[in-house]
Design a protein around this ligand. Structure first.
Ligand SMILES: [Zn+2]
Length: 269
């Protein structure tokens, strides 16, 4: 596996061996008359785009395995001088069929897939991030979606992808909000965290954040697993926190999220 992975970096390597890794299908779209391009989050190789030859025309080779949310065992091979890997085989491990039983679950699952894809780099191994998405999909399949779940998922995703927001202290002067609730705190996507009143006056693109929302976010940032944040956090504060995180994620991805409006119908109604 290691030899095959390093051979990807060597553009002149004439022969590539097959690599096998667990992977989650993020997206797939038609390519040409008979092929599909598939975006995977893999356990061993980070985000990876591959071409599945004949997947559009013949479904025999990739029976229902290229659908979003599917957990698969992926066998691929890198192609010399090509950015797209060759998808040799894709065996279904867990289809997450229950996710498609309700519109609400589809909305949540589509959203967490989209933000995971947007915040991860290609070909950078990040096993903890892969595990986080896998656990997120399992949670959604087995439990009811909740604002706490979504907030925790986003905060952990941001941490694992290297963008953990600073929520305890002012990003610029270091003042702690825990000792200063009188101040109007604001979130600055550009600074990657909260700013106190005087520091935020220097910034234009800041979002007001109530002390309840700040407490809820800080609380969930300290939680250990998707199953632990079943704390009685006020939904008003969570909605406010989610709105801020959405703005932050959109800032990091530098684009509007396709699945966000769909999710709005359930989360922010
Ligand atoms: Zn400050």
């Amino acid at each position: 596996m290691k030899n095959a992975k390093s051979s990807y970096k060597s553009a002149t390597a004439p022969v590539h061996s097959f690599c096998l890794t667990p992977a989650i299908v993020l997206r797939s779209w038609p390519f040409g008359e008979s092929d599909k391009i598939v975006s995977f989050l893999t356990e061993g190789y980070g985000k990876l785009n591959g071409i599945a030859k004949g997947a559009k025309r013949s479904r025999k080779r990739f029976v229902n395995t290229l659908e979003p949310f599917s957990l698969v065992s992926l066998t691929f091979k890198d192609r010399t001088h090509r950015s797209l890997a060759f998808v040799h085989a894709c065996d279904l491990v867990r289809p997450f069929r229950n996710l498609t039983t309700s519109l609400e679950k589809i909305a949540y699952a589509s959203y967490i897939l989209e933000i995971t894809e947007g915040l991860t780099a290609e070909r950078e191994e990040n096993r903890a991030l892969f595990e986080h998405l896998r656990e997120g999909l399992i949670f959604l399949e087995e439990k009811e979606p909740s604002l706490s779940f979504l907030t925790f998922f986003e905060l952990r995703l941001l941490k694992l992808s290297g963008y953990q927001p600073a929520l305890q202290y002012c990003r610029r002067c270091g003042r702690s909000w825990a000792s200063d609730f009188q101040t109007q705190w604001r979130f600055s996507p550009r600074d990657g965290g909260v700013l106190c009143e005087s520091c935020s006056s220097l910034r234009k693109e800041v979002i007001p954040l109530s002390s309840d929302a700040l407490k809820a976010l800080a609380n969930l940032q300290g939680a250990n697993s998707l199953y632990s944040p079943q704390l009685p956090l006020p939904s008003v504060a969570l909605k406010e926190g989610l709105f801020v995180l959405l703005r932050f994620i959109q800032f990091l991805m530098n684009k509007e999220l396709k699945s966000a409006p769909f999710l709005d119908a359930f989360s922010f109604a």
